[in-house]
Design a protein around this ligand. Structure first.
Ligand SMILES: Nc1ccn([C@H]2C[C@H](O)[C@@H](COP(=O)(O)O)O2)c(=O)n1
Ligand SMILES: [Zn+2]
Length: 192
């Protein structure tokens, strides 16, 4: 198989003899940011909901990433991940840091003013306060599964009051696969 046949088969283009991905194979920038939030969520130890968040500035640069997890130093093998527990002290909700809070606290910039936050699940009222106070102006979310919970209604009430935009993102791709073996690590090119 020569380079032309190979590139045709691998949705690659032969530009000046170099393998280039076809334009349509590049990830849409919004899908990229939502995918980064999803990738971060993979780090969450919460057995029932893994949520990730990605803060992006006006220049489309990532300035913060986070996922839901226990506070630094609170061993997530010791602190509880339960819910609806007989004793409220055994419920994760008292302890877990939400993805949005972590993404904002993890910021790598002086502030996150006028940024957008991509998050898997619509922010709760506590995160809405943090989002507003941090100066974030746009919330892009995938799931609004708790739409009718008071926490979510309160979030929207606050966002509407201060003009924080929020909208549901629907990815074009059903999935984005990261396959380390796609790359020939010796020369960092697509594996032939
Ligand atoms: N926007 C959100 C919503 C939820 N979380 C976290 C908080 C918990 O760890 C978990 C939700 O648990 P569930 O009630 O679904 O068992 O997700 C978040 O970080 N950001
Ligand atoms: Zn929250």
């Amino acid at each position: 198989m020569d380079l032309a046949e190979m590139t045709a088969n691998m949705s690659l283009q032969n530009v000046n003899g170099k393998l280039q991905k076809k334009r349509e194979d590049y990830i849409d920038w919004r899908e990229y940011f939502m995918a980064m939030a999803f990738l971060a969520a993979k780090r969450s130890k919460d057995p029932s909901s893994q949520v990730g968040a990605c803060v992006v500035n006006k220049e489309n640069k990532i300035v913060g990433i986070g996922y839901n997890g226990m506070p630094l130093g609170c061993d997530d093998e010791v602190f509880p991940w339960g819910k609806n527990t007989p004793s409220p002290l055994d419920s994760k909700y008292l302890y877990v840091c939400h993805a949005e809070m972590n993404a904002i606290l993890n910021k790598n910039a002086a502030d996150v003013k006028d940024c957008s936050i991509y998050v898997g699940l619509f922010p709760c009222n506590e995160c809405a306060k943090i989002i507003i106070q941090s100066g974030i102006k746009e919330v892009i979310y995938l799931s609004d599964k708790h739409a009718h919970k008071p926490e979510t209604v309160a979030s929207k009430r606050m966002f509407d009051a201060v003009g924080v935009k929020y909208w549901q993102f629907t990815p074009k791709n059903e999935k984005i696969e990261i396959n380390f073996s796609d790359i020939d690590w010796n020369n960092m090119s697509p594996r032939k």
